[in-house]
Design a protein around this ligand. Structure first.
Ligand SMILES: Nc1nc2c(ncn2[C@@H]2O[C@H](COP(=O)(O)OP(=O)(O)OP(=O)(O)O)[C@@H](O)[C@H]2O)c(=O)[nH]1
Ligand SMILES: [Mg+2]
Length: 269
């Protein structure tokens, strides 16, 4: 725990880019992840379908699921006591400040303004919990917007983030966001991956703001980032990244399906 805290405290201070060599994915390592974590879903498509054709196709079961649920803000938390009573399956969104976490959660929840976003990095400063629920029956999940690390992060955030990652039994997966244009992990990302690996928190990379990228570049960036991340968190990281844009909704349906799948709620086709 002490080591993890000091790892987290260094998140702000390192700016060297990583140039890690390729390490291949070994799915068998998932056997060592948290007992509460379900087997990984590795069927998600990392590449989104073309926007025009998406418009013509009927909505997927996951998209329909989110459309017919209501999303609401639950709590802002800075320690376990604040969220201990929330026991539904949970996913969290993490990443550097300004990478687009809050915007992405709005997109997933089909809500324009539920989660506050900002052009200024460091806007989200605590763990914010949101719920997706249905009046018609079961199917509630929690979604957590984590404070960004990197620019303008504060040291004291470390303890409660480590507490959250190390002890949160209902946490099914952390979606770790990396900005498409950046195209590689920063040292702050690597330090965060260290924590995920240390506490065996299942994780998946999400490449955000993909609207800023030429589609020809996406495969290259995805595999480079996955290789880099897998070297650091080989036992917890899924082998596929998801490309998303909150602006165009590219890949949001894929992400919604992943969220439902990992929470055990994917409607049968
Ligand atoms: N082009 C583009 N811009 C985006 C996208 N998603 C978010 N942004 C912009 O990026 C900025 C930061 O978005 P946020 O969602 O607040 O980012 P965050 O990661 O929650 O930031 P912190 O809470 O400060 O850590 C805002 O100006 C958004 O409008 C996207 O998909 N495409
Ligand atoms: Mg935010």
């Amino acid at each position: 725990m002490q080591a993890a805290r000091s790892t987290l405290r260094t998140l702000n201070n390192i700016s060297v880019l990583n140039t890690s060599p390729l390490i291949s994915w070994r799915s068998s390592r998932y056997a060592h992840t948290r007992a509460h974590a379900p087997p990984p879903s590795i069927e998600s498509t990392s590449r989104p379908a073309a926007t025009a054709s998406q418009k013509q196709q009927p909505a997927s079961p996951a998209v329909e699921f989110f459309r017919h649920r209501s999303a609401k803000f639950l709590i802002t938390a800075v320690n376990q006591g604040h969220y201990r009573h929330l026991t539904h399956p949970e996913v969290a969104f993490a990443g550097r400040s300004n990478v687009g976490k809050s915007s992405l959660i709005n997109s997933v929840l089909c809500s324009q303004k539920l989660v506050k976003t900002s052009k200024k990095p460091g806007h989200t400063s605590a763990l914010n919990f949101f719920a997706l629920s249905s009046r018609a029956g079961p199917g509630e999940i929690s979604i957590v917007d984590m404070p960004g690390y990197g620019f303008r992060s504060r040291n004291e955030w470390g303890d409660f983030i480590v507490e959250y990652l190390s002890k949160r039994k209902v946490l099914r997966r952390v979606f770790m966001l990396v900005e498409a244009k950046v195209g590689e992990l920063k040292s702050t990302d690597e330090n965060f991956l260290d924590l995920l690996e240390e506490y065996k928190v299942p994780a998946q990379l999400v490449i955000t703001k993909a609207d800023k990228l030429k589609s020809a570049d996406t495969d290259q960036i995805s595999s480079a980032v996955i290789k880099q991340a897998t070297r650091i968190a080989p036992s917890v990281l899924l082998p596929q990244a998801i490309y998303c844009s909150s602006r165009t909704r590219m890949g949001i349906d894929v992400l919604q399906a992943e969220v439902l799948s990992v929470c055990g709620l994917l409607p049968s086709k």
